[in-house]
Design a protein around this ligand. Structure first.
Ligand code: MN
Length: 250
């Protein structure tokens, strides 16, 4: 008799701690077997997600300092660098140039450079990166030959920046909002399938007017399957395989 491993899924970027009822979301994650990278926006709240993840199989807490919080929470950088030594997953980190403030952007670059350097020194960290309006500086900070897997979450740069990211061996996580938008889909179409993971960025991304929960990566799998002319199960299998290769110590 052939025994098959049950299919697993991947939500490579989800704000578990920001749902109204994280416990209900965890029940869904475990029931539907969705490997979920539970990102956090500041080191001071990481312990909360660590507690939520305790005893679960599929919740992977990530320590981060969201670029939009660097201005107000920059003093937590030492805590972030210290926390990175024990966490296998890092995020949400990166740059966000919605702000026009030159000093804030500079502070974001300093924090991002520091966390990248720390992860490189430790190696084996899975890093999920935000790059809104800042893709070229994000790519410059990471450079080529960076030693840890970097996943660009909700990538929205130019095609040229996308090609540069591909040449730098980076990965992408694709969410329901991306596959629903024309510009998002145009970028996804150029991503090599073996570099693509799925995400929800829940609860910020909504599906049918409700915050997307990790199980909603199904919608992304369906879109990728039609784009790549493959069965959704085959796409799910490839995404899980890619994730397992990047995320050590699962
Ligand atoms: Mn996010």
């Amino acid at each position: 008799m052939r025994t098959e491993q049950p299919t697993t899924f991947v939500d490579a970027h989800c704000h578990l701690d920001l749902y109204r009822d994280p416990t209900a979301i965890i029940a869904e994650i475990e029931r539907e077997r969705v490997h979920t990278v539970a990102v956090t926006n500041a080191p001071s709240v990481f312990f909360h997600t660590q507690n939520l993840a305790r005893g679960t199989t599929y919740v992977h807490p990530a320590i981060g300092l969201h670029p939009e919080l660097v201005h107000s929470h920059g003093k937590e950088l030492p805590k972030l660098l210290e926390g990175v030594s024990t966490a296998n997953f890092v995020g949400e980190v990166g740059l966000d140039y919605q702000t026009q403030d030159v000093a804030t952007r500079k502070q974001q670059r300093e924090v991002f450079a520091a966390v990248l350097a720390r992860c490189a020194a430790l190696s084996g960290k899975f890093i999920t990166v935000h790059s809104r309006r800042s893709a070229s500086d994000v790519l410059a900070a990471i450079g080529t030959g960076y030693p840890c897997p970097v996943v660009l979450h909700w990538f929205s740069g130019s095609k040229k920046e996308l090609r540069q990211a591909i040449a730098s061996s980076l990965y992408f996580s694709v969410n329901p909002a991306m596959v629903r938008s024309k510009s998002g889909l145009a970028l996804v179409r150029e991503m090599p399938p073996e570099r693509v993971l799925t995400e929800t960025d829940g609860p910020f991304v909504e599906v049918a007017g409700k915050p997307a929960t990790p199980g909603r990566v199904a919608e992304v799998l369906t879109a990728l399957a039609s784009l790549w002319k493959e069965a959704p199960e085959d796409v799910a299998r490839r995404v899980s395989h890619t994730f397992a290769a990047l995320a050590t110590n699962l």
